[in-house]
Design a protein around this ligand. Structure first.
Ligand SMILES: [Zn+2]
Length: 274
């Protein structure tokens, strides 16, 4: 109680922005850029980009990190998922899972899944995604799209399948990303109607929307529509190297859309200070 009051008095003497920072800094030394906390919830570790590298960036920048793993790599069953979660426990980082396809939860026990801070899924792996019956992994630059409008129909259906999938889910990743060959048509292919359908579905499940620093998606209009619907946001770099935590696109579009601390999804668990 005393501690809380002391914090309040201290906060009252400083600016409004710093006040918000001070409130959240009870558990962690957050860095703020204007009105919002700097958090990168989409970072992957590799043999050459380790948790120690992430912590170095965190200490230098004050950015708070969430480490995610894709099932199928090092994590493929309950024991290996638990191992992943336990390996991060000594560090002040969140711990997330990024399944690639619906049906993922069969490999894990609900008890272990509950120990995660969040689950994120994206709609980038599209089975039967073109007229040739291919599974598209649309982050690949050689993704083959035969008919853009047909692709959009298939992609929309897949977006909804991922969003409506009843397995645990907190964050919708890589929203509105398009394969390279049709990316130049982004603003015409993403009609207001299509965007609203996605937003309505996200709202029904109360999912947070990732603002993706690597893809520079989604754009201002979608963010404003999602904000209007009351959705929360996260920043994600999908990084595996030193670009983790830079978040230049995220910061600039969040400022344009006047996002504030309360517009962000923050995992429930309190982290210790760095
Ligand atoms: Zn990822």
């Amino acid at each position: 109680m005393t501690l809380q009051r002391r914090r309040f008095i201290k906060s009252a003497a400083i600016t409004a922005g710093a006040m918000a920072a001070s409130r959240i800094a009870n558990s962690f030394e957050w860095s703020f850029d204007g009105e919002f906390p700097l958090t990168d919830l989409h970072v992957h570790l590799t043999p050459t980009f380790t948790i120690d590298n992430v912590m170095e960036i965190a200490k230098k920048t004050g950015v708070q990190f969430g480490i995610m793993v894709n099932p199928g790599d090092t994590v493929h069953d309950d024991a290996t998922l638990k191992q992943f979660i336990d390996s991060l426990k000594p560090y002040p980082v969140y711990c997330g899972l990024q399944p690639m396809s619906p049906g993922w939860s069969k490999s894990f026990s609900p008890e272990t899944v509950k120990q995660l801070d969040y689950v994120e899924m994206d709609p980038q792996t599209i089975p039967n995604g073109n007229a040739y019956g291919e599974t598209l992994r649309i982050w690949n630059f050689d993704t083959y799209v035969d008919d853009p409008e047909k692709f959009m129909d298939t992609y929309m259906a897949h977006n909804l399948e991922v969003i409506n999938n009843p397995e645990p889910l907190n964050i919708f990743g890589w929203p509105l990303f398009l394969p390279v060959c049709i990316a130049r048509d982004y603003y015409t292919l993403w009609t207001e109607k299509r965007m609203q359908i996605i937003i309505d579905a996200l709202k029904k499940r109360n999912l947070a929307v990732e603002i993706n620093d690597m893809a520079h998606t989604p754009h201002e209009k979608f963010i404003l529509m999602a904000k209007e619907a009351g959705l929360k946001f996260t920043f994600g770099s999908d990084s595996r190297n030193q670009i983790a935590g830079r978040l230049d696109y995220c910061k600039s579009v969040a400022k344009k859309c006047s996002l504030k601390t309360e517009d962000f999804f923050v995992p429930k668990r309190k982290l210790s200070k760095i």
